[in-house]
Design a protein. Structure first.
Length: 248
């Protein structure tokens, strides 16, 4: 019996962008619902089953960040934000209010689809209680609290393991500096980013084949870190670029 097609809600007030996204998603087996305003988006997410939400920030009736906050207040559905705004502060705020990821316009449809698949896998893993996360040669067994690289068990300090554990729980998605600091060191250390830099460097020495060119534990400049997830990159085909749009 085949798996049901995932349902994506696309929220954007520009019809050409909705058409672009509809085509890309439908060609890849998704069922697409559309909304042109924040009000429509919130109503759609309330009244019908949705597997993932793609929301633009520049909506006519409210900022897309409000849509994120309102949906997140009652739902754990993955939410990916689209925006021409690329400031680090804006990205951090979106992640802290509940967005799972963000994609800056213009973007390739292959990139967006990869981010969507990562978010859906993470949601499925959380729902099924899957205890292990594999990232290339690295496996983090969350139930056994064991980490292996190419099948060999690694020795990590408690803080190193906790840092990797939090990243694994969000594998494929960016985790902000503040969230990592709070989870690993506690609220009183949320501004002590030097702690984070030191332990990320130590972790990379243990998990990366080439620590100076990390492929497993990636830096999101000014925002946080992302544990890469198998299949999150390298979609086949040349990327088709979505048009940028001006936002007020």
């Amino acid at each position: 019996m085949s798996e049901p097609s995932p349902i994506v809600l696309v929220v954007d007030d520009e019809i050409q962008i909705r058409r672009f996204l509809r085509t890309g998603f439908e060609l890849n087996g998704f069922v697409v619902h559309e909304a042109s305003t924040g009000t429509e988006a919130i109503r759609a997410a309330t009244l019908r089953p949705i597997d993932i939400v793609i929301v633009d920030l520049g909506l006519p009736d409210m900022d897309g960040s409000e849509v994120v906050e309102r949906i997140r207040s009652w739902s754990t559905v993955p939410i990916i934000v689209l925006s021409v705004r690329s400031s680090e502060a804006q990205k951090v705020r979106l992640l802290e209010i509940g967005a799972d990821d963000y994609v800056v316009k213009p973007f390739g449809i292959a990139e967006l689809l990869a981010r969507v698949r990562v978010a859906l896998r993470r949601q499925s893993r959380a729902a099924s209680g899957e205890p292990a996360v594999t990232v290339g040669p690295l496996t983090i067994d969350l139930a056994a609290r064991a980490v292996t690289l190419n099948g060999a068990r690694l020795t990590l300090t408690p803080k190193e393991y906790r840092l990797l554990q939090v990243l694994a729980q969000h594998a494929g998605n960016v985790v902000t500096h503040q969230h990592l600091l709070k989870e690993v060191w506690g609220s009183i250390h949320m501004q002590d980013t030097h702690y984070l830099r030191i332990f990320v460097r130590k972790l990379r020495q243990k998990i990366e084949p080439h620590p100076d060119s990390p492929k497993i534990l990636a830096t999101e400049l000014g925002v946080g870190y992302r544990l890469a997830y198998s299949g999150a990159e390298g979609e086949n085909g040349a990327p088709v670029m979505a048009p940028a749009k001006s936002e007020i």
